[in-house]
Design a protein around this ligand. Structure first.
Ligand code: HEM
Length: 520
């Protein structure tokens, strides 16, 4: 189209001008505030572009992890107009994100968050009163001692998942997805989704599909540089972003409202409801007066929809990674099965009460989290004020990442880090060490508030799979292993795509025995 070339040139010119002006402004400001302290070491930036051409844009954590050898545990990287500080060790992450959490608990501005309906996601919220209220609501339901009340439901869902896998093993990732969605929706809305084509789950997935790609840096930078893209009338060419954002916002509003209305109606019609985050808080909210009540309701709606978004993809990612590790390492699932058979008995299924007696199963869970952390760079924090750390200057507004990937690949803590070795979490007597890889859940005041629920869901799902299933390579017509290459994709969480494998019930496990266990 005729207008494309001049518009593209204009766009490039405007982008360069924007980045140039902003870079010069930052350089002047930094020089004044630095008080002679250097920035942390890092790659030499190109004028205006910074190091954007040297970073692996799909998986930036890989570039940052490679650069650690040269620049150390704290690095500064300029990416276009952004100051990025990457923390490569747990001790530096703890020094800044935990011990100086007053400074580092905010989130950076991402231009596409609000226009695409993510303003209802409190994981993106600025550090402030609204975020604190959301965290408080979340904490009451998902703190360590409260999530125990979800154990019976998690156990039931894990066993149902095995039945689904036995019915249709080739579609295993969709059964993991059903498990993750069911556990989350039951604990938040007392809503039990159907295994396939559930209407409520579709509403949420539609929003994820429409909005998550917009969070990628390419789109966010585009909108930051050209905010007018959201103001072009929809009938004009070039209005694609405005239309895309409008659709995402509409889906976002539906995602927040539909499950909330579902549980609210059930409470109003005095149905029996199980304890869940929303039902518990609706009851509490009724005691509040007008203005507090509407603020509380807004926070409750946002907290509940954020919980779903935070939970499902991370859980699916880890269960698929676990399956991959089992298929590649039969020695490991056989050892876990021997432990389960000895402690629980081959004719019973594991329960939460068995956990402390099954250290090897726990070591497998820890190693799954460490080996392929689903959020390898964590969520970005930002510096609310400029800071000096060990004589290094951190500019106000810098985006700060705890590089979980680098920490999980630290060869001094995890020798042969690329290998899947649960034994690294056991001492010589076969008991669990005190190395818990909780860094995969992030840092400081923004640490994942769903980590206790996630830990329980993952443990019961993995231990029930180990007790009931064997894992192997899929075979071709000649009985040879089908070779495959695993691809990880980035979305809400980094997750492996499904790969061919053969998941079969152990010889003594039958559908009837599982169905019977479910009726107990
Ligand atoms: C399954 C494994 C999970 C992993 C690996 C994981 C990881 C993370 C990470 C790295 C962060 C960012 C922390 C930071 O900013 O430093 C985070 C935040 C968050 N996670 Fe999780 N998560 C998991 C499961 C869950 C579950 C089950 C829920 C809900 C029940 C949840 C809800 C959240 C929320 C609401 C936040 C935002 C917190 C805030 O900004 O204050 N996550 N998670």
């Amino acid at each position: 189209m005729g207008w494309t070339i001049p518009t593209t040139q204009l766009a490039a010119l405007a982008a360069v001008t924007f980045v140039s002006v902003d870079t010069i402004r930052r350089l002047i400001r930094n020089r004044v505030e630095r008080k002679g302290c250097p920035l942390p070491p890092g790659p030499t930036p190109l004028p205006f572009l910074g190091s954007v051409l040297s970073v692996n844009t799909e998986e930036p954590f890989r570039s940052y992890t490679e650069w650690r050898a040269k620049y150390g545990d704290i690095m500064y990287i300029q990416l276009l107009d952004m100051d990025v500080v990457v923390l490569n060790s747990p001790s530096v992450a703890s020094d800044l994100l935990e011990k100086r959490s007053q400074t580092y608990s905010d989130r950076p501005f991402i231009a596409t968050v609000n226009p695409y309906g993510h303003d209802s996601n409190f994981a993106f919220a600025n550090y402030g009163e609204h975020w604190k209220l959301c965290r408080r609501i979340f904490h009451q339901t998902f703190r360590a001692d409260a999530v125990v009340s979800f154990h019976p439901m998690q156990l039931r869902k894990a066993r149902q998942m095995i039945l689904n896998v036995m019915d249709d093993p080739s579609d295993y990732t969709s059964h993991y997805s059903t498990f993750a969605a069911a556990v989350t929706m039951c604990s938040i809305y007392d809503y039990d989704p159907s295994p396939r084509n559930d209407q409520m789950v579709s509403i949420i997935n539609n929003f994820i599909e429409a909005s998550v790609p917009a969070l990628m840096p390419e789109k966010a930078v585009l909108l930051k540089v050209f905010p007018f893209l959201l103001h072009i009338p929809e009938w004009l060419p070039g209005s694609w972003m405005k239309r895309e954002a409008r659709v995402a916002r509409e889906l976002g509003a539906k995602m927040v409202e539909a499950p909330y209305q579902y549980i609210q109606k059930r409470i109003q019609s005095k149905e029996d409801v199980n304890p869940s985050m929303v039902s518990d808080h609706i009851t509490h909210m009724e005691k509040l007066d007008g203005s507090h009540r509407s603020e509380y309701e807004k926070a409750l709606k946002q907290t509940s929809s954020t919980a779903f978004l935070g939970s499902v993809e991370t859980t699916i990612s880890l269960l698929t990674t676990f399956t991959l590790a089992m298929v590649k390492n039969p020695r490991i699932w056989k050892r876990a099965q021997a432990e389960i058979d000895t402690i629980v008995g081959a004719d019973s299924l594991p329960e939460f009460g068995d956990r402390s007696s099954l250290p090897y199963a726990d070591a497998i869970l820890r190693e799954t989290l460490r080996w392929q952390p689903p959020v390898p760079l964590g969520a970005p924090h930002t510096a609310r004020t400029s800071d000096i750390y060990n004589g290094l200057y951190i500019p106000k507004g810098a985006t700060v990442f705890g590089n979980i990937w680098a920490m999980s690949r630290d060869e001094t803590r995890y020798p042969n880090a690329e290998q899947f070795l649960p034994e690294r979490f056991l001492d010589s007597g076969g008991m669990l060490t005190d190395d818990i890889p909780d860094l995969v859940f992030g840092f400081g005041r923004r640490v994942c508030p769903g980590r206790h629920a996630a830990d329980a869901s993952l443990w019961i799902a993995m231990v029930t799979m180990l007790a009931t299933l064997d894992f192997g390579h899929a075979k071709d017509v000649d009985g040879k292993d089908i070779a495959f290459e695993v691809k990880y994709m980035n979305g809400m969480a980094r997750h492996p795509l499904a790969f061919p494998c053969c998941i079969t019930p152990r010889p003594h496990i039958s559908k009837a025995s599982l169905e019977q266990a479910l009726t107990k």
